[in-house]
Design a protein around this ligand. Structure first.
Ligand SMILES: Cc1ncc(COP(=O)(O)O)c(C=O)c1O
Length: 409
């Protein structure tokens, strides 16, 4: 069971709203730092352990800077994400560039930053060589296909567009060796939002086994295995967080005396539980069902509409009130799946009530979009001293029109 609590009081939120109107995402710095430290401590038996935060989960340079201060690197998947990492001072081999269908200019920037290049296909080795030159350290992404089950969000590995097959992997490292590359790593990402700790132990075992086989055959050494991200979080109150000690102990047993570095690139479990989307109830509508219309919409948080994902919602100040009503909590998009909750029990909600949508710190703001002319919200940082800092302002209509030239009409 995970108790869904808030790091701020009703008075604090009301005060914040006076300066920053709803909707906005707010992130709890203290909790993010504590969680980051706990992850590093749990895996400290592995001398080279590193977490490369998946920038796509929360692409804000202030969050990246906090995580850098805690000792994290960055996992980037595009040119803008590389630039964000650079701005936050994350450089060189503290960046893992795990992209797919990558344009040449993105490889060039990654090489310029000295990032670890993780290739998604065997043909990309030649492409990289031609367009950006070869790095000293190379990594390939393995797709185990039918050998692993995958999970609900990411699907079956054999139907996923990512990575190299087992057979290709052997060829790829051989080719890389023949081209004079001397340093090697291996990567995979086979699950997303997975709550079973054994899954990650299995993944580490799979990669370790492969490195032993490939090393024997080709006479190369692996510096690291990167088991990807994908550690799930308890979105629902009846779920429990992944037992990281179980993951760590399981992997430690597999490593025996191996000196290989263990890398991860989680996004969701790093910031997800520590972000909140704060929104105001602005309409009540009773037709065939009872609706509460809020000032946030799917453009601020796509997960419920896109995957039917559950996000817990607290009606601020009514935490102890009886859940006497059944509502759909809806946004203003002209899409009927713009619903943060469907047929969910709540206390009686009045216009003006503040609703806090939990667990929006990863793949929340980041998935935002402008469909229906919706503007992206602000992002705020709730500091350990109780103050709030705006780390991204809300979009304006002018921002939305910036790419249009009305003078030619
Ligand atoms: C290559 C890669 N690494 C890491 C992540 C982060 O996943 P999560 O936020 O579930 O940990 C993703 C998510 O899409 C990914 O595609």
């Amino acid at each position: 069971m995970t108790k869904k609590t808030l790091p701020f009081t009703k008075t604090q939120i009301k005060k914040i709203i006076k300066s920053y109107p709803t909707p906005f995402h707010v992130y709890d710095e203290k909790a993010i730092r504590k969680n980051a430290r706990n992850l590093l401590k749990t895996f400290s038996w592995n001398k080279g352990f590193k977490e490369f935060f998946a920038v796509k989960a929360c692409p804000n340079p202030y969050i990246l800077k906090i995580l850098k201060e805690e000792g994290f690197g960055a996992d980037c998947s595009s040119l803008p994400e590389l630039l964000l990492a650079e701005k936050a001072g994350i450089l060189g081999e503290n960046i893992m560039f795990s992209s797919n269908e990558t344009p040449a200019r993105e490889y060039k920037k990654a090489m310029e930053l000295g990032a670890i290049i993780n290739l998604d296909d065997i043909t990309h080795l030649k492409y990289l060589e031609k367009n950006a030159g070869l790095p000293k350290l190379i990594c390939f992404r393995y797709n185990p296909g039918p050998l692993r089950k995958g999970n609900a969000i990411i699907g079956k590995p054999e139907e996923a567009k990512y990575g190299l097959t087992r057979e290709q992997l052997f060829k790829a490292y051989k080719m890389a060796k023949e081209k004079g590359i001397k340093r090697f790593g291996i990567h995979t990402m086979v699950a997303s939002n997975e709550l079973n700790p054994d899954y990650f132990v299995e993944t580490a075992g799979m990669l370790l086994g492969l490195t032993i086989e490939i090393s024997k055959l080709l006479g190369i050494n692996f510096e690291f295995i990167n088991i990807g991200g994908g550690i799930g979080i308890p979105y629902m109150p009846d779920q429990t967080a992944v037992n990281l000690n179980k993951v760590s102990n399981g992997i430690k047993k597999l490593f025996k005396k191996s000196k290989v570095k263990l890398f991860m690139e989680n996004g969701r479990m790093i910031t997800g539980p520590y972000g909140y989307l704060v929104t105001t109830a602005i309409h009540k509508k009773d037709i065939y069902k009872k609706y509460i219309g809020v000032d946030a919409c799917m453009a601020n948080l796509m997960r419920p509409g896109m995957y039917g994902a559950y996000h817990h919602i607290t009606v601020l100040g009514k935490e102890k009130a009886q859940n006497s009503q059944t509502y759909d909590i809806v946004g203003s998009l002209c899409e009927n799946n713009d619903k943060f909750a469907i047929d969910r029990k709540f206390p009686k909600i009045e216009i003006g009530d503040i609703l806090i949508i939990h667990d929006t710190g990863a793949h929340g703001f980041a998935m935002g979009f402008n469909y229906n002319g919706k503007l992206r919200s602000a992002e705020l940082l709730f500091k350990p001293n109780g103050k709030v800092e705006q780390i991204r302002r809300a979009e304006t209509v002018e921002d939305y029109f910036q790419t249009l030239d009305f003078s030619k009409l």
